[in-house]
Design a protein around this ligand. Structure first.
Ligand SMILES: *[C@@H]1O[C@H](CO)[C@@H](O)[C@H](O)[C@H]1NC(C)=O
Ligand SMILES: *[C@@H]1O[C@H](CO)[C@@H](O)[C@H](O)[C@H]1NC(C)=O
Length: 189
């Protein structure tokens, strides 16, 4: 009575495996979980989800003590994106999320929560680092160079003007001194 034949054991085993597979089954795969992007560029938090049925996907932003709902959606169903992110979010059916026009304040953790209809859920996290762009520094440098160039141009022009004025004054002085000399030369006569 207690001795099951191998076929029954195998059947029971495979049923157990199947149930386990169903139960433990949410998987979130992502090619890259640590991302660095320059300001004003876009980022794609790329994930590939496998789970039972149609999941609910939710993305949350965390930085320090701040935690913000970005949005939630069901592929082929509803979407609910927070107003702060309305214009910058792209939602994909595979669970991936695109964020455009990045700002320094977007630096932080992005958590995806996948919830099955049964209520079972799983999280995965991303780290995003948004960097200041180098060409902003270059712009300052360019402005500085322009200021310097115009300053030296101004100096050159004013030196030229001063030089011209100096020779004119000299010529005028000489012209004024001439009759005076004539007078002094004439005086003894
Ligand atoms: C998810 O879908 C997006 C858009 O089609 C794609 O760019 C991305 O590579 C996909 N992610 C994965 C991990 O397959
Ligand atoms: C949409 O999101 C807001 C805030 O995150 C939440 O209060 C609301 O219940 C959500 N609505 C739906 C239909 O999920």
């Amino acid at each position: 009575m207690w001795l099951w034949d191998t076929q029954e054991v195998a059947l029971l085993f495979s049923i157990t495996l199947y149930v386990c597979h169903l139960a433990g089954a949410i998987s979130i795969r992502s090619p890259q979980q640590s991302l660095t992007r320059p300001v004003q560029q876009d980022v794609l938090f790329s994930v590939d989800i496998s789970c039972v049925g149609i999941p609910t996907i939710q993305w949350t932003f965390m930085s320090g003590r701040v935690s913000r709902d970005i949005g939630a959606w069901q592929p082929g169903g509803y979407t609910n994106v927070s107003e702060d992110y309305m214009d910058r979010i792209l939602m994909y059916t595979n669970g991936s999320m695109g964020l455009s026009d990045l700002r320094i304040q977007d630096t932080g953790f992005y958590v995806i929560t996948v919830t099955e209809l049964s209520g079972r859920s799983k999280d995965a996290g991303f780290v995003l680092n948004v960097e200041e762009v180098l060409y902003e520094d270059l712009q300052y440098l360019a402005v500085f160079a322009i200021v310097l160039a115009s300053l030296s141009g101004f100096l050159m022009v004013s030196m030229w003007l001063m030089d011209k004025a100096y020779s004119q004054i000299n010529a005028w002085r000489q012209r004024r001194q001439m009759p005076e000399n004539d007078v002094t030369e004439l005086q003894p006569l």
